[in-house]
Design a protein. Structure first.
Length: 255
């Protein structure tokens, strides 16, 4: 399953807590299927912001490019991939890592289903930035758009995860296949399999997402045990309906 965004007004508000405020080491990953580059050709995957000038975001733009930005006082930490590193009309795994002051700057990763995760082939820009990081403690996290509602994603998003850590390529490969990686440092995990709102956060942070639009669609990326067994997500929904804590990692794993 996945959530389908309409490039108009769909958004998931995941809120915030002290454990996700002002992080200076981050990994964000997601499976995405972009139909287009999104509203005004800027499609937000994940962000912690109130609008386009907000502190942190991962989005697609330009000539099928992937971009990460962390705002800083003097110059922003920024990474923009080379052209055509994002494929329209297909599932792919995308990720970004950022460690404040680490040269050469944020790093971007991608993989098509069945392929190995690798850093993007080229960057049009990559800088660590300078100055104090912009305070984001007043900003919620959003999936599928800026907090202001613009920059709406066009297409599907699934399995969005956030860590207070810089994951390695090998760890990202495991994540792509559905494995649990560094759970003690995970700060958000939204599978985007739900049929209603809120969308559960499986990280333990209780940052459940308030869903506007973004309906569930029967079009998963095709990774891990869960993706291959539709009866399992039916079980998930059944136990959730009666309030039983559910442990998705019991059924997940590489295939």
């Amino acid at each position: 399953m996945a959530r389908d965004f309409d490039a108009v007004d769909d958004i998931i508000n995941c809120g915030r807590n002290a454990n996700v405020d002002n992080l200076t080491t981050i990994t964000v990953s997601a499976w995405v299927f972009p139909d287009t580059l999104g509203e005004a050709s800027i499609g937000v995957i994940w962000g912690k912001n109130a609008g386009s000038s907000g502190p942190k975001r991962l989005n697609v733009e330009g000539t099928n490019q992937l971009r990460w930005q962390s705002r800083r006082a003097t110059t922003h930490a920024l990474a923009t991939s080379g052209n055509n590193q994002v494929t329209l009309g297909a599932w792919q795994f995308l990720a970004a890592t950022w460690v404040q002051d680490q040269a050469p700057g944020p790093k971007l990763y991608r993989a098509a289903p069945g392929a190995a995760v690798a850093e993007v082939a080229s960057y049009t820009s990559q800088t660590a930035g300078a100055g104090a990081s912009t305070d984001d403690s007043g900003n919620s996290m959003y999936i599928g758009a800026y907090g202001s509602g613009s920059g709406t994603w066009d297409g599907r998003i699934a399995d969005v995860r956030l860590w207070n850590a810089e994951l390695t390529v090998a760890e990202l490969q495991a994540v792509m296949r559905g494995a649990i990686v560094r759970p003690n440092l995970q700060r958000g995990w939204w599978e985007l399999f739900g049929t209603t709102s809120p969308e559960p956060d499986w990280s333990g942070q209780n940052l459940h997402g308030t869903v506007t639009g973004a309906v569930r669609i029967d079009h998963p990326p095709g990774i891990g045990v869960k993706w291959l067994a539709p009866t399992l997500w039916a079980v998930e929904e059944a136990v959730a309906a009666v309030g039983v804590p559910y442990q998705p990692w019991l059924q997940r794993g590489p295939v």
